[in-house]
Design a protein around this ligand. Structure first.
Ligand SMILES: Cc1ncc(COP(=O)(O)O)c(C=O)c1O
Length: 224
């Protein structure tokens, strides 16, 4: 490892912080058992850990009223969320210019059966920033039904003003999704106004993905 120079950290952190290795090791040796499938001391201990993790994630993201769902990967989380949203012919879907394949492939798959319009949020290439004024006009011309925003591009590092865009989207009652693979826990963000926010913890520190869901979508979350 000493003679390796790793340049892919924006995609997946490596090596992980030391406490990730020590915690994972002691967890799998100490109480890596089923949660919610049995009633014995170890299962209770593992369940308490899951409850605590959910609480900590909500605290970290300043949204105590939301729900947390764990998924094996971020791609699975995005497939589940995007394919669970009721999109109909004519629905306007806005994305940033920096969406991951895990978003775009799902949307293009949906577009094969539903006539959705996929549009890009206005982005000024010269200043490398989102043009909120123009986005306001975009939404007025073609009201959004769904807005999907990669919070930070791991190609150029630009951070999207997801709260401001979400506020504009909410004037049209659009559903908002924030892909926070690169930012959750690193860029302090109050996500209480975002409907679905997800991270992929391998991008930051661990090996699972998390979706944080609004109270309004709790029926969906109970099926995840
Ligand atoms: C912004 C973004 N979204 C989604 C994904 C997909 O994550 P996963 O590999 O956990 O499915 C990645 C992974 O690189 C990503 O960077």
């Amino acid at each position: 490892m000493n003679n390796v120079v790793y340049f892919d950290n924006a995609a997946t952190t490596f090596p992980k912080p030391e406490n990730v290795y020590t915690f994972s090791d002691s967890f799998f040796r100490g109480c890596g058992v089923n949660v919610g499938r049995g009633q014995y001391k170890l299962a209770d201990k593992a369940a308490a850990l899951v409850v605590e993790t959910r609480k900590l994630l909500l605290e970290l993201n300043h949204c105590p009223e939301k729900q947390v769902v764990f998924t094996p990967t971020s791609t699975i989380a995005l497939n589940t969320v995007l394919r669970g949203i009721n999109l109909t012919d004519g629905s306007n879907i806005y994305v940033t210019p920096f969406e991951h394949n895990a978003v775009m492939r799902v949307l293009h798959h949906i577009a094969k059966t539903v006539k959705i319009n996929i549009k890009q949020l206005e982005f000024d290439k010269n200043s490398v920033s989102y043009d909120l004024e123009k986005i306001k006009y975009q939404f007025a011309d073609n009201p959004p039904n769904l807005v999907v925003m990669t919070h930070a591009s791991n190609v150029c590092g630009v951070i999207a003003p997801i709260l401001e865009i979400s506020q504009l989207a909410k004037k049209n009652n659009a559903v908002t999704v924030a892909d926070m693979c690169q930012t959750m826990g690193l860029v302090d963000t109050d996500i209480s106004s975002i409907d679905y926010a997800k991270n992929a913890v391998d991008k930051s520190e661990k090996e699972r993905a998390t979706v944080i869901i609004s109270e309004a979508f709790v029926d969906i979350s109970s099926e995840l």
